[in-house]
Design a protein around this ligand. Structure first.
Ligand code: ARG
Length: 263
């Protein structure tokens, strides 16, 4: 299986982490990855994206991302919650910087992991956390099960997180964001073979690589048209040419998530 949270076997060919003009993120994506200074992209804030949550350990060390979909419910990846308990996890909202102390810290009263989850490369990579404390932040809408057209090939998707800014690099102290185009299922299947399960996963990235989520971004949002449509799940290395990022295809899990949100 492909390097999931682990050192990888091939050397990264990462685009130079040049500073991107903020305007690059506002404009439509081009076929070639702009050298955006996640991998690629640019810094942003939880003021701009108030629904982006840090998932941390009890000492508030971030290890995954999540998305606030109601005042007390956070969507994240199942693989982020493996081995975790309600007492080992916190959710931190409104904190742009990993080393910040501001924002809202909540304990978790329930961890729902998709019962079909086994491994990210087998799909079903979704979990919902119930918070003990309400988050006073704007929530994200998430796709309905019928919204399957959002994953049109080439559609612009926005990724967000505090993960590493290169394949074997360090996490970003500040929240980062980038946009990446949705990749067709056929193309993603040719990259990943049987590890790509089109019913449960959707891929996004440039053919040439250079912009991607990376370790520590898992569980965080992939937004299409500002709506939560995917969850950062896995990939071969990060930002490698020919290996797009793989995200949970949230339309498949929308009803399951809604059951949890309403529980
Ligand atoms: N599994 C990683 C995490 O736990 C996310 C990897 C995403 N990889 C990628 N190439 N998009 O943070």
């Amino acid at each position: 299986m492909f390097g999931l949270n682990r050192a990888k076997r091939t050397t990264a060919v990462v685009a130079a982490a040049a500073a991107a003009a903020a305007t690059a993120l506002l404009s439509a994506p081009t076929a070639v990855a702009a050298p955006q200074p996640i991998v690629g992209g640019s810094t942003t804030t939880t003021t701009a994206y108030p629904f982006v949550m840090q998932i941390t350990d009890a000492s508030q060390n971030q290890f995954c991302g999540g998305t606030l979909v109601s005042a007390t419910k956070v969507v994240t990846a199942a693989h982020c919650m493996v081995g975790e308990t309600t007492s080992s996890v916190r959710v931190v909202g409104g904190r742009t910087y990993l080393n910040g102390t501001n924002g809202t810290v909540s304990k978790v009263s329930k961890i729902w992991i998709n019962p079909s989850y086994t491994d990210a490369t087998n799909g079903n990579d979704v979990a919902v956390l119930t918070l003990s404390t309400s988050m006073p932040y704007t929530t994200a809408k998430y796709v309905a099960s019928t919204d399957t057209s959002v994953y049109a090939t080439g559609a612009t998707a926005r990724i967000l997180g505090w993960g590493t800014t290169s394949e074997n690099g360090s996490s970003s102290n500040q929240l980062r964001t980038a946009t990446v185009p949705i990749v067709s299922d056929t193309s993603c299947k040719s990259s990943y073979g049987s590890d790509f399960i089109a019913t449960d996963m959707v891929c996004a990235g440039y053919t040439s690589g250079g912009v991607d989520t990376c370790q520590g971004d898992s569980g965080g949002p992939l937004l299409i048209g500002g709506v939560l449509a995917g969850i950062t799940s896995w990939g071969e290395g990060c930002a490698e040419a020919g290996y797009p990022g793989v995200y949970s295809r949230l339309t498949k899990f929308s009803s399951l998530v809604t059951t949890q949100v309403n529980s």
